[in-house]
Design a protein around this ligand. Structure first.
Ligand SMILES: [Zn+2]
Length: 133
């Protein structure tokens, strides 16, 4: 089987999309970190107001948990984006890892870190669904 690869022009195009998403994700995590360190300072400072705010504690925790989940999701995304950058350097980017066919360009525009084409992705999700049952 001949090894497929995208043209240098297209690789460059997707590289730009990936770098842009990496920048955005990095900025997003930075913002969350800032929010959390401010929150931590405020809550550690004044202990006398603690009991008054206990009722609010639940929602604070939920917000924190949400932030942590968002942060983990973004970290995952950054990891996937970095993997995609490696594939661009290897010139294996844009080819489905399962069937070796080109991944649809419309799909790469939306999910630049996709490693499967649409039909393989669907197949792997079908399998997952069946395993759950
Ligand atoms: Zn495929």
């Amino acid at each position: 089987m001949a090894i497929k690869k995208l043209s240098a022009e297209k690789l460059k195009h997707y590289e730009e999309i990936i770098l842009k998403e990496l920048r955005e994700s990095g900025a997003y995590i930075e913002n969350l970190n800032k929010d959390q360190s401010i929150g931590a300072r405020e809550s550690s400072g004044d202990l006398s107001s603690y009991s008054y705010h206990q009722a609010d504690q639940g929602s604070d925790t939920n917000l924190m948990e949400q932030n942590v989940m968002m942060m983990e999701g973004t970290r995952d995304k950054i990891r996937l984006l970095n993997d995609a950058m490696r594939r661009i350097a290897d010139e294996t980017y844009g080819v489905c890892e399962m069937c070796g066919e080109y991944i649809q360009e419309t799909r790469l525009e939306v999910i630049p870190y996709a490693t499967y084409c649409v039909s393989c992705k669907e197949k792997s999700e079908d399998k997952k669904r069946r395993q759950k049952r």
